[in-house]
Design a protein around this ligand. Structure first.
Ligand SMILES: [Mn+2]
Length: 413
């Protein structure tokens, strides 16, 4: 998209940083640092008037000190790179809303608006918290951000009991309607940029990475919950960059691949311009990966005696430091169930400067086994998937202890 007029406001839209995330125990911090330093450079080079971080700043409710330091370092760098930009930091479903708001007094000194929950005053939507002015290069307020975080159950208006459709969709729609109406009463027809962290229908999911946001059994909201007069809707939650419904309702996508299914995504940030005629244009700036993510082989599976040659062909410099070595997702095929398979594969991989993070094993179908149509992922219980995955990886059923441990993790979600 390109503008046919003068840009009034330019901003950077990003989301789903998932700071503190690990892959099979390996820290993602080097990748995060590299991606965020590129993000800061893009914000500076494009001289943006605002930066919107649309949720899932952290990967967990209880982020490590390193993850928090990385956020604070990045905000400092961003402030240095774009001294006059409005910076909006929003909570996603992975974030502890209170934790994100806790440093607010200090954030305010740095001009960072951290918003974890929907604020109300005497029941009414609190515009002073959520409506953020965006100033152009001359210092004039030229647009506003209506900054809304992931809507938690407590944030949502209660749906009428005689409703025929989905209560959650009604409530989310009502939240956006109420917030937008309040904003319009204050700012008139000026350009309004909305934010949100939720699953909007029509978005392509990357299986396994984003938790399905289930509020009252509902998976997603339709894109028409966002009022039509919003110039742009900056979304977080889905990790693949995409628009949903209108061209101006967009997911910026994650910064780095969070799982095997996301290797093929073009990770980056979205730069959005709003023109003096109200037109909106956006373009993508790709980020360079600090660490490679490789599927070996790219398609299909290798026989055991092909693994060595395939890893050799990657030609990775043996001097590559540990935390820069590629993450490898390996697929192998075996003729029969082989005890000690994982140990054998580990022994091969150890000879190469790689980090094996997943192993898929294809076994031949037993010809006497009855053919059963595979169940859809959504129809399977997490514990059954865990049992299957465990057996594939270790060639044995999980023990009671493993099951108890898995169930404990499930409850933590
Ligand atoms: Mn999310």
């Amino acid at each position: 998209m390109t503008l046919n007029c003068l840009a009034v406001i330019r901003f950077l839209h990003t989301a789903d940083w998932h700071l503190g995330a690990a892959l099979q125990g390996w820290s993602r911090e080097p990748e995060h640092r590299a991606a965020l330093s590129q993000l800061v450079a893009v914000a500076k080079a494009r001289d943006v008037d605002a930066v919107i971080i649309a949720g899932d700043v952290f990967d967990s409710l209880n982020p490590s000190a390193d993850a928090q330091r990385l956020l604070f370092d990045t905000l400092r760098d961003l402030r240095g790179a774009c001294p006059r930009a409005t910076i909006a930091l929003l909570a996603g479903n992975h974030d502890a809303a209170g934790r994100l708001e806790a440093p607010r007094a200090l954030f305010e000194i740095a001009g960072v608006h951290s918003i974890g929950v929907v604020a109300r005053r005497e029941g009414a939507f609190d515009l002073d918290t959520h409506l953020l002015p965006v100033r152009d290069a001359s210092g004039a307020v030229a647009a506003h951000i209506l900054a809304l975080p992931y809507p938690r159950a407590a944030d949502l208006p209660v749906a009428p009991s005689d409703l025929s459709g989905s209560g959650v969709v009604w409530s989310v729609r009502e939240l956006y309607r109420e917030a937008t109406a309040a904003a319009r009463a204050r700012i008139g027809a000026a350009p309004l940029i909305l934010t949100g962290h939720l699953h909007v229908a029509g978005g392509l999911e990357s299986e396994g990475a984003e938790r399905r946001i289930l509020v009252g059994g509902e998976h997603a909201a339709p894109p028409d919950i966002f009022p039509a007069d919003a110039a742009y809707v900056a979304l977080g939650h889905l990790h693949r960059p995409q628009h949903v419904g209108r061209e101006t309702i967009r997911y910026s996508g994650a910064l780095i691949p969070m799982s095997k299914t996301e290797i093929g995504y073009a990770h980056g940030v979205t730069i959005v311009e709003i023109g003096d005629d109200g037109g909106v244009a956006s373009d993508r700036v790709s980020l360079t990966r600090a660490v490679e993510h490789l599927r070996v082989p790219e398609r299909g599976a290798l026989a055991m005696d092909e693994i060595d040659a395939a890893l050799c062909k990657l030609a990775i410099d043996p001097a590559t430091p540990q935390d820069a070595r590629p993450f490898v997702h390996l697929a192998v095929k075996v003729d029969a169930a082989a005890a000690g398979l994982k140990a054998e594969i580990d022994a091969i991989c150890e000879k190469f400067p790689i980090r094996l993070v997943s192993l898929a094993v294809e076994r031949p179908q037993r010809s006497d086994a009855p053919h059963v149509a595979p169940l859809r992922l959504a129809e399977r219980l997490p514990l059954d998937l865990f049992r299957d995955a465990f057996e594939t990886t270790h060639g044995a059923q999980p023990t009671q202890e493993h099951v108890a441990c898995f169930n404990g993790l499930l409850e933590d979600e």
